[in-house]
Design a binder for this molecule. Structure first.
Ligand code: NAD
Ligand code: UDP
Length: 327
């Protein structure tokens, strides 16, 4: 059954994380049964607390580097720490999560003949020489640097997905997600949007790495979730990889200034050393997503930041759970 029309059994790995919790919520709202598997490395029960009373929702504490036996029709494989601070904390486990995790989830998909979607990343392009990045750009990734556990892990996961497709005729969907932000980002995950908003709201210095001229393209979470579900619903022939992101491109300095302005903050901008292998520019070419999914992002950076700032304000005030109505 289609998750848009309701009543499919769906596994979301990493479902207690930032993107996963929004995805679980949307799939449940459409009437599906959702099994959320998460080891809570970066996820949080608070993100899904409002779903726990829904009889169609099941939460499993599970690490996907170990096999999982559930009966489902669709799998969204989102489990993996996504922020550089988190994925560099235990880089060996990061690679294991991407690689062993993909093998386990693909094995599960093969056994139950489920359709499976992989949350890949713009990091597969590394520090790109092609701008904006189309899906046929093969990337420029350092295989031995501090970001490699994530970048190469995700690249290997893509390889596994396409080998299972070729070898076992599995129905796969690979999306390459570009920087996404919104409510339920971890406040201390070190990602630029959460960092700048938390710093601005608390009157702390805004830490710009390097000269702030590196660029990123920021997609609001609701737009991203629309695209994930549309991708899962595409005909069998559409495997991806497909870029999902908002092509609006901003320097990190512009982002800092925007957040300071929107929060009416007195924080100062301070410049810190640029982390190793930090990509200089990033912007998705979303022509494929437009063609195959009839999708493009609708939410402007201004509107998305407004929601995100509101969320972090509530979090600082200590009442973030009340923001989520029971689904
Ligand atoms: P997140 O850290 O908030 O969520 C990841 C979730 O996976 C967490 O709940 C964590 O506890 C769980 N997890 C980690 N390792 C696990 C394991 N071994 N077994 C089970 N659960 C595990 O990150 P997010 O931003 O929600 O990212 C979700 C997915 O999307 C990730 O795969 C990430 O690589 C991908 N992605 C995200 C972005 C982004 O900008 N948010 C960009 C590109 C790709
Ligand atoms: N960044 C920054 N200050 C911060 C956090 C991040 O200047 O406090 C920069 C970081 O160096 C990178 C960009 O913002 O150039 C995006 O970083 P993030 O960790 O959010 O994502 P990624 O580098 O994976 O795109």
């Amino acid at each position: 059954m289609s998750p848009l029309s309701g009543s499919a059994n769906i596994l979301v790995t990493g479902g207690a994380g930032f993107l996963g919790s929004h995805l679980c919520e949307r799939l449940l709202k459409a009437g599906n049964s959702v099994v959320c598997a998460d080891n809570f490395f970066t996820g949080n029960k608070k993100n899904i607390a409002h779903l726990l009373r829904n009889p169609l929702f099941e939460l499993l504490r599970h690490d996907i580097t170990f096999p999982l036996y559930v009966e489902v029709e669709q799998i969204y494989n989102l489990a993996c720490p996504a922020s550089p601070i988190h994925y560099q904390f235990d880089p060996v486990q990061t690679t294991k999560t991407s690689v062993h995790g993909a093998i386990n989830m693909l094995g599960l998909a093969k056994r139950v003949r489920a359709r499976i979607l992989q949350a890949s990343t713009s990091e597969v392009y590394g520090d790109p020489e092609v701008h904006p990045q189309p899906e046929n750009y093969l990337g420029r990734v350092n295989p031995i640097g501090i970001r490699s556990c994530y970048d190469e892990g995700k690249r290997c996961a893509e390889t596994l997905f396409f080998d299972y497709w070729r070898q076992h005729a599995l129905e796969i969907k690979v999306v390459r997600i570009f920087n996404t932000y919104g409510p339920r980002m971890h406040p201390n995950d070190g990602r630029v949007v959460s960092n700048f908003i938390m710093q601005a709201l608390q009157g702390e210095d805004i830490t710009i790495y390097g000269n702030g001229q590196q660029t990123r393209s920021f997609c609001y979470v609701d737009d991203l979730i629309d695209a994930l579900i549309l991708m899962m619903e595409t005909p069998k022939e559409i495997t991806g990889p497909i870029n999902i992101g908002n092509p609006g491109e901003y320097t990190i300095l512009e982002l800092a200034e925007t957040i300071v302005r929107m929060t009416h903050s007195k924080s100062k901008l301070v410049f810190k050393p640029l982390p190793l292998d930090d990509p200089r520019q990033r912007k998705p070419d979303i022509s494929l997503a437009k063609n195959h999914l009839n999708w493009e992002p609708k939410i402007s950076l201004q509107d998305g930041l407004k929601e995100t700032i509101h969320y972090f304000k509530k979090m600082i005030a200590g009442n973030v759970i009340q923001l989520d109505k029971v689904v």
